[in-house]
Ligand binder design. Structure first.
Ligand code: AHM
Ligand code: MG
Length: 321
């Protein structure tokens, strides 16, 4: 049995990065305990607060955000912090080597139904050419991530992580409280017959994207096989399935608003997931660009997302010219 600490050492990960990853993972163990307790620890339901995304915060969103913020601020390794639940960047320790962005609890609408939820995180080297406590710290292309990962709180609690090398899965052993390596170097199948999209949004999609989905579900589609659909409503759970057995996950642009709009956030949702997917041999695009080539203009910027098995992503993009 190899723990995450042992594996990071084996991969010659820098010591301060190992320490920072451990700070984040230790916090996810506290979150895991609270998630498991559910109604018993009075953490279900909504607050009266609305975040900068215009979404009502759940109690657990606020608790998890505070836990991660506190541990990152006090560890001395993080210069600046960005979170889905914080309007602006949060000051860390000046001169510290890293910056961290996270979605403390992805899939908030699943909290109260005992559904799958997760924590997504990404780590970059801090920039010395811009102010410590500025949004520009995060204006870095996704391929500059030094570590990306998520923890999925589900039947088992699992970690997917990459530190520029391969993506691997670890399972939290609740007895020893260690994340133990359970799948080393994931290789995503290039082909799939499973797609993941919120079909209820089809009236908002482009004609090209509608044509792609119609083709997947029609009995005489261009590849001679019908596709199955899976949608958990939590990106972390849907991407976990894709990493586990292949598939394509899409959250395309919506055209029902005065300006075309997207739902998922580049910095702490699309970029870390794109890094995990690419380092497992998959592809991750907006409708036109490789996600990891994008630099966020602001920390809560949203982008369209098409990611998963490489051939399927190519096939989908072929409909979107
Ligand atoms: P959240 O971070 O507030 O939970 O929102 C992001 C979530 C993703 O996890 C998921 O893919 C998407 O929103 C689901 O949206 P919907 O089912 O409303 O289309
Ligand atoms: Mg989210």
């Amino acid at each position: 049995m190899i723990s995450i600490e042992e594996k990071l050492k084996e991969q010659h990960t820098k010591e301060d990065l190992c320490l920072l990853i451990n700070v984040i993972l230790d916090t996810t163990k506290v979150i895991d305990y609270k998630v498991n307790q559910g109604a018993l620890s009075n953490i279900l339901g909504a607050t009266s607060e609305v975040n900068i995304q215009g979404e009502t915060q759940k109690k657990l969103d606020v608790i998890c955000n505070q836990l991660l913020k506190d541990s990152l601020k006090s560890c001395g390794l993080v210069r600046t912090i960005a979170s889905e639940e914080e309007d602006f960047v949060v000051e860390g320790h000046s001169g510290a080597p890293y910056i961290v962005a996270f979605d403390p609890l992805d899939g908030s609408s699943n909290i109260d139904i005992n559904g799958q939820i997760g924590t997504i995180f990404t780590i970059y080297q801090a920039r010395n050419d811009v102010a410590s406590n500025s949004e520009e710290q995060f204006s870095q292309a996704g391929h500059a991530q030094v570590c990306a990962g998520y923890v999925l709180y589900s039947a088992s609690t699992m970690l997917a992580i990459t530190t520029t090398g391969p993506t691997s899965f670890y399972t939290l052993d609740k007895n020893s409280q260690a994340y133990v390596l359970t799948t080393d170097s994931i290789e995503l199948p290039t082909q799939t017959n499973e797609f993941s999209v919120n079909m209820a949004n089809s009236a908002c999609w482009s004609q090209g994207f509608n044509n792609y989905i119609n083709d997947l579900v029609s009995s005489d589609n261009r590849r001679g096989r019908r596709f199955n659909m899976r949608w958990n409503g939590a990106m972390v759970a849907d991407i976990h399935r894709v990493l586990s057995r292949g598939g394509i996950f899409c959250y395309p642009t919506h055209f029902d608003t005065p300006q075309p709009s997207a739902k998922l956030r580049l910095l702490y949702e699309a970029n870390p997931m794109a890094f995990l997917i690419e380092n497992a041999g998959g592809k991750a695009y907006t409708e036109s660009t490789r996600i990891l080539d994008l630099k966020p203009d602001y920390i809560h910027q949203r982008v369209a997302v098409i990611m998963g098995s490489a051939s399927e992503v190519d096939f989908c993009l072929g409909y979107l010219d």
